[in-house]
Write a protein that binds this ligand. Sequence first.
Ligand code: ATP
Length: 282
Amino acid sequence: MAHDRPADGPEETTWSEIRPFSEQAPRPVPPPAPRRTALQVENFSKAYDDTHAVTDLSFRAREGEILGLVGANGAGKTTTLRSIAGILPLKNGTVSVCGHDLVRDELKAKQQLAWIPDDPQPFDSLTVFEHLRFTAALYGVEGWEPRAESLLTTFELQEKRNALGGELSRGMRQKLAFCCAWLHKPGVVLMDEPLSGLDPRGIRSAKEAIRSLAREGSAVILSSHLLELIEELADELLIIHRGQKVFSGTMAEARTSLIGTADATLEDIFFKATESSAKTDG
Ligand code: ATP
């Protein structure tokens, strides 16, 4: 039934005048909240006797960001990650984790960190499940069991929940390291070749888990020689060569500034970023 329109009142919209959503002007989307810096590394240098492993390296990673760290063998990636993790003493430069200085506020900084080395060494005398209980106790995680169970299922470790650390294969040790790292929802996760021992299903779960960890707000520093992996997962790139930063930025910025074509691969970018120093290296 048609309604009478009041002579000088506001015009009524009829159903036929309402345009489908697809034709309506999009509502302005509020700009995303600026992401806070989760990891800040400033002027970091490290030498082993007379080998300069890393020289004056500065970079940052923001919450929810996956930072791909790439560099040739001996470029200084593991040295950088082990220093941020607090395994190597930090003597030159500063590292701040979620606002906590790694030297002055060590405990708070380390509470926000997780570290996944390429060949994790779990405790021989603890079972898989006991590793999770131990990690939860260490980081003060309340109500950790459901998350632990879901992690064991995701990483296909349920069958091995009662196996001792020393009874696990390398891939299983890596999966356990993933579970322990994920359990306490760290602000910053450091990963050194985290997929190298995993089977295809493990690789798929790990990739999905890395993405979901970043979605939950963690900054993930992912060091790998698998350039396709970095290309697939990383939001930002940090390329180091002989201990020095040669590029940092997004893939798009790398394509524009280093190659000049929009379809360049990370392999192209990597060789371009490291070629001038490689030439001077002789
Ligand atoms: P890769 O990709 O081969 O794992 P990387 O980028 O992780 O290499 P690092 O392991 O950080 O490189 O090594 C950086 C430099 O420091 C190399 O020249 C290496 O020989 C040297 N180095 C690393 N560890 C030690 C050590 N314990 N003692 C002496 N020199 C070391």
